[in-house]
Design a binder for this molecule. Sequence first.
Ligand SMILES: Cc1ncc(COP(=O)(O)O)c(C=O)c1O
Length: 379
Amino acid sequence: MLDLKRQYQPLQQELLAALQHVLETQQFILGEQVAAFEQAAARHLDVKHAIGCSSGTDALWLALAAAGIGPGDTVITTPFSFFASVSSILRAGARPILADIDPVTFNLDPEAVEAAMKSDPVPAVRAILPVHLYGQCADWAAYSMLSKKYGLKLIEDAAQAWGAEWQGRKAGGLGDAAAFSFYPTKNLSAAGDAGMVTTNSDDLDELARALRQHGMRRRYHHDELGWNTRLDGFQGAVLQVKLRYIAGWNDARRTIAKRYRALFHARGLAESGTRPRNGIILPPEVPGAHHVWHQYVIRCARRDALRDFLTAHNIGSEIYYPVPLHMQTALKSLGYVEGDFPEAERAAREVLAIPIFPELREDEQQTVVNAIAEFLSNA
Ligand SMILES: Cc1ncc(COP(=O)(O)O)c(C=O)c1O
């Protein structure tokens, strides 16, 4: 599914030198390497500020808190994402409301969001938190319109979308603030847990920097109730090295995605629409989006059997995500029940992520496609 050793081997000397530098300077928490990474990251994303922190989960909380979202506020997000998209809203003290997804992109559906805003009783919505799922931006034209129409803040969950673009603008600079994850499986990855908030707002930047170290602006003087969510020097150093390569890696992912499309079409396995029948539905790149293919996710009616078949043939695959967030035990208190978000529930039954990473070889892709063809021929 993912072979990180192939990424490490050519970078070994550079990474070891960067780690050695941290040991020599003994700047383990924030410090010079983190500051240098933050500046390079901001330039890369064409955004004014980048604030390193200890995970994508913390980045989401930090973005919400620094945007002034807290108790009494409501935030609308998707039921089809990683748990942190919702738990970070609760952690900020706000109330999450969920809306269903677009079955084409799997991203939060702006029409469902607008419908949720008009539900009875009308919720005190302060923000929308769309997720750029699998590396493709949510429909930002629609979200910008909703933000203007209702005076809402927009917080991007860009955990899976380093380098993704919407109409030529990079994820991270689209909303009021954005959260990135550098978890090792992400397309830009650290050697451990790490995350980042980005924003074009000076005020939000200032507050996020204070909140990531217990609301401290002056040593041991605490102005707000923050938390410890600092980025460490080793991660800053590793990420600085990898940032030099991410554009090429994302291009490689795009080439691989294009090749999957061609291979599946050539075998006659790809079906149109969003409801798979005997074949599979391929993930599209929608107009306006520059997809970075953090994941390549197909739909299949017999998904679980397909996954078992691939596993038996030594081919990795993964389900992102098997249980929609409104059906998670930990989120029962939100009051949703099965049937509330039919598209998210259907996606949870049908999606399967197949191997995609920059070093994946053409013959390996062919093996994946052959195996899926063999499975589908045994209907
Ligand atoms: C969409 C999404 N949001 C948030 C996160 C949380 O990031 P982290 O694992 O770095 O805390 C992840 C990654 O796991 C994610 O995929």
